[in-house]
Design a protein around this ligand. Structure first.
Ligand code: ADP
Length: 363
């Protein structure tokens, strides 16, 4: 952690102890700002008004002891790292504080620059980990819910068609035409399930710890184009680009990114001849900004953020087929590459997807 990075809340009823703590925090070089409160109620009120990177809570306080304080703060602000400051003889209590959500504890006798810095660093790290675990848990729950729904729909349809077929075959004169149609529906349902499972696989793979190397974005585009060749020809689409740079990244992931963006540009386009234009331009700090512009149906401004979340689709399955994972995969890939991705509206028809990547390290 860089020096002077943390906004810290100090909760201690003893003014002398607070002063000593603040001095140690300043000496440790971790504090950007310190707010002092003498009891838990005012600590809760302070946290309502702003965000703290860390709270240090004294165990021994009148009325509302530190353990209840930890419980109350943790319940309201589950991702704020809390460190309990203990006095001699409070060590057993410190263990209880950890159970109630404190990230760590520090004996007051040990409050010196270096040790407090270590404790705060590890508390902040633990809290970040906790937040990440919670984020993934939430993502998993959403995944499970959508998967159950999206996979159950074709399975239900397959079972229904199988029953119709069975019944149809038992008829005195089976209607071969109808039965053949129902068989085709079953094949189609299977194909949709397969596509969903593939998208899920790609989504989980986008998190993989892949290696980075110098990647020529012209090669990335060539691969994406070749994977989309069928649809480009079928839609009589043009995919044009300006000069493209070399970046630091992973070729298969960047191809997947390009393929998803171009593929969407073609899919969500009603024009007789879709046009995709890809531009890159350098930005400060060795960053490249890429724009993938289409002449499709466009996206209303209010939806431009949520479409990057898994399973967020603006259209039902009827008109445009998809899993709702394509842009979520793009976001994961770009963020793994240290960049950002967003969507902009065009002056005319269509939308532009913009993302940033890092260039090769300066020599
Ligand atoms: P899908 O599998 O549905 O295409 P995506 O995650 O790729 O999933 O996209 C999410 C939603 O964003 C799509 O369902 C569509 O409504 C919208 N969208 C994505 N790209 C475009 C685009 N180029 N033009 C218009 N709408 C788009």
């Amino acid at each position: 952690m860089e020096p002077g990075q943390l906004d810290i809340l100090v909760v201690d009823d003893d003014a002398g102890d607070r002063k000593a703590l603040c001095r140690a925090l300043q000496a440790s070089g971790t504090a950007r700002d310190i707010v002092e409160t003498a009891d838990i109620q005012s600590a809760l009120a302070a946290c309502d008004g702003r965000t703290f990177d860390c709270a240090i809570v004294d165990y021994r306080m009148p009325g509302y002891d530190g353990l209840h304080g930890v419980t109350a703060l943790h319940a309201r602000f589950p991702f704020m790292p809390i460190v309990m400051a203990t006095s001699h003889g409070d060590e057993v209590v410190a263990t209880e504080a950890l159970k109630r959500g404190a990230a760590d504890y520090i004996p007051k006798a040990n409050i010196r620059g270096a040790s407090i810095r270590r404790v705060l660093d590890s508390a902040v790290e633990k809290a970040a980990l906790r937040r990440e675990v919670a984020r993934r848990q939430e993502e998993l729950e959403k995944f499970a819910a959508v998967l159950v729904h999206d996979l159950r729909a074709p399975i239900t349809a397959i079972r229904a068609f199988a029953r119709y077929i069975d019944k149809g075959l038992q008829a005195e004169t089976p209607d071969r035409e109808t039965i053949a149609g129902q068989c085709r529906q079953i094949v189609e349902c299977g194909r949709r399930m397969d596509a969903l499972i593939n998208a899920l696989y790609e989504y989980t793979k986008a998190d993989a710890d892949v290696g980075f190397e110098l990647v020529d974005m012209r090669a990335v585009l060539a691969e994406a184009r070749s994977n989309l060749q069928d649809v480009i020809e079928r839609r009589q689409a043009r995919v044009e680009h300006g000069p493209l740079p070399t970046v630091l990244g992973n070729l298969p992931q960047l191809s997947e990114l390009m393929q998803n963006l171009i593929g969407n540009g073609l899919k969500y386009c009603e024009m007789p001849a879709p046009l995709i234009e890809i531009q890159a331009r350098p930005e400060p700090d060795n960053v490249w900004r890429f724009a993938v512009r289409d002449n499709g149906i466009g996206i209303a401004e209010k939806h431009r953020q949520r479409i990057f979340e898994p399973f967020e689709r603006l259209h039902g399955t009827g008109k445009y087929e998809g899993s709702g994972l394509g842009l979520a995969i793009c976001k994961k890939i770009v963020e793994r590459h240290g960049g950002a991705i967003w969507c902009e509206g065009n002056d005319g028809a269509g939308s532009t997807f913009v993302f940033t990547l890092r260039g090769p390290p300066a020599q």
